[in-house]
Ligand binder design. Structure first.
Ligand SMILES: *[C@@H]1O[C@H](CO)[C@@H](O)[C@H](O)[C@H]1NC(C)=O
Ligand SMILES: *[C@@H]1O[C@H](CO)[C@@H](O)[C@H](O)[C@H]1NC(C)=O
Ligand SMILES: *[C@@H]1O[C@H](CO)[C@@H](O)[C@H](O)[C@H]1NC(C)=O
Ligand SMILES: *[C@@H]1O[C@H](CO)[C@@H](O)[C@H](O)[C@H]1NC(C)=O
Ligand SMILES: *[C@@H]1O[C@H](CO)[C@@H](O)[C@H](O)[C@H]1NC(C)=O
Ligand SMILES: *[C@@H]1O[C@H](CO)[C@@H](O)[C@H](O)[C@H]1NC(C)=O
Ligand SMILES: *[C@@H]1O[C@H](CO)[C@@H](O)[C@H](O)[C@H]1NC(C)=O
Length: 372
């Protein structure tokens, strides 16, 4: 009996997930809720999300893996008379706060707090919401961890951060016997100097009051998007782009518009405050359908971190993909994903089983009509 329940729950999870290479992606089985504590997979193994690597000049350093937490929810009716609608989410080591954000719908504001090195809670950032919370609207909150001092909250595509730092960074490349600098590197100006480090987190907790309810959680070095966007590939691209590290100039956007390019409705992206890099956007065959071979899915800690530019470019997965949902075909990465480097050296034919001829015909006819 117990097995059966687990089976039903996991099927539910699968039917709701719309993501690529996430470690977890599930709708809350008993329905929308206001309080949840997520135990981070391998959260008590500091080495799992970070790794020691030796660079070109023999310096050993600890490198972190980018990982994202996604919460999806909706503003519904107020649970209790007059209670303010708020959303709070944070990383914790056990009960110890690392970094949290609080979104306050009553005055459309947000603020972020850490536990500082003295052990006190400290407000480090605050601002106003660009879009008010509205009953009936969906919302999403993302936390992206990029390195030991870099973690960005993104609420409905708004970065809960400001100010960019520009600096020259020492690289691993040796030129003329000395290490070279990379000029003009951009990062968020505010670093997260919390007492337990970001990668010491064991739990991701979130709670809401008033009319905010959570319905789904996704986690991993991955991309996830709302679950009501099947056969809307271009909309998924836009959704991911508006939360991404893209930083498109106004000139480039104008050029896309002039061309009538499908990406012409893109926003600029969030630059250094964004979630994933633009290379991880899904590729579309038409406004509706996903390409059945997706060449760059976000890498994870299963893929060795190679030193050297040539190989770094190939740190991604290449996966046969469901043309309607955009997920890895049959949710079976073991059969459908390989390393990008392997994928580039063989043809697209290894994904033939994921090609849907009915959809292929529909796309072909659309193209034909446009050309008449
Ligand atoms: C939210 O803002 C309202 C109005 O300023 C304030 O009364 C309330 O205390 C705030 N709630 C939180 C959790 O900060
Ligand atoms: C909202 O209310 C909170 C709590 O009263 C206050 O700290 C914050 O400054 C207010 N923010 C805005 C944008 O009004
Ligand atoms: C290396 O040194 C040589 C001779 O001083 C110089 O001409 C060259 O521009 C230098 N290269 C770089 C990349 O700095
Ligand atoms: C956090 O993890 C690092 C290893 O990544 C470890 O050296 C450090 O002691 C941990 N800090 C705490 C407060 O647990
Ligand atoms: C871009 O937005 C316009 C106006 O909302 C819409 O008519 C058009 O279909 C959109 N283009 C794409 C490719 O989604
Ligand atoms: C976007 O790029 C511009 C030009 O390099 C830079 O000035 C700006 O700070 C960037 N913004 C973000 C948020 O990364
Ligand atoms: C192919 O796509 C069509 C149209 O969306 C769908 O009805 C059909 O079930 C799909 N075929 C397979 C084998 O998935």
């Amino acid at each position: 009996m117990k097995c059966w329940i687990v089976f039903v729950v996991s099927l539910l999870g699968l039917s709701f997930s719309r993501s690529r290479n996430c470690q977890d992606d599930f709708a809350f089985p008993s329905g929308p809720l206001q309080d949840y504590s997520y135990k981070i997979p391998h959260g008590n193994e500091p080495g799992y999300w970070t790794r020691f690597e030796e660079d070109a000049v023999g310096i050993v350093r600890r490198i972190a893996f980018g990982r994202s937490f996604y919460i999806f929810g909706k503003f519904g009716e107020n649970s209790e008379d007059g209670e303010d609608t708020t959303i709070t989410a944070g990383l914790y080591q056990g009960e110890e706060l690392i970094y949290k954000t609080t979104i306050n719908c009553s005055n459309a504001s947000w603020e972020n707090r850490i536990q500082n090195e003295k052990g006190d809670e400290e407000k480090i950032l605050h601002g106003s919401l660009k879009k008010e919370c509205k009953q009936g609207d969906d919302f999403d909150l993302i936390l992206k961890n990029d390195n030991f001092r870099l973690a960005n909250w993104i609420f409905n595509a708004q970065p809960l951060q400001h100010k960019v730092r520009v600096f020259d960074r020492l690289t691993n490349k040796v030129q003329n016997g000395t290490k070279a600098y990379k000029e003009g590197v951009l990062r968020p100006a505010v670093k997260i100097h919390s007492k337990p480090g970001i990668y010491n987190a064991t739990h991701f907790r979130f709670e809401a009051t008033g009319g905010a309810f959570f319905s789904r959680l996704a986690f991993g070095p991955c991309s996830a998007w709302p679950d009501n966007m099947d056969s809307q590939c271009q909309q998924v691209r836009e959704w991911l782009h508006s939360r991404s590290k893209g930083n498109i100039t106004d000139e480039s956007l104008a050029a896309l518009k002039k061309l009538g390019h499908p990406d012409a409705n893109f926003t600029r992206g969030l630059g250094v405050f964004g979630n994933n890099n633009q290379v991880f956007h899904p590729k579309c065959l038409s406004l509706k359908y996903f390409d059945w071979v997706q060449e760059t899915l976000h890498p994870d800690n299963e893929i060795q971190l190679y030193i050297g530019d040539q190989q770094n470019k190939q740190r991604a997965y290449c996966c046969c993909t469901d043309m309607r949902s955009g997920q890895v075909f049959e949710n079976n990465p073991a059969r459908n994903c390989r390393l990008l480097s392997d994928c580039l050296s063989i043809s697209r034919f290894h994904c033939n089983h994921a090609f849907n001829a009915t959809i292929g015909k529909e796309i072909f006819e659309e193209i034909d009509e446009e050309n008449i």
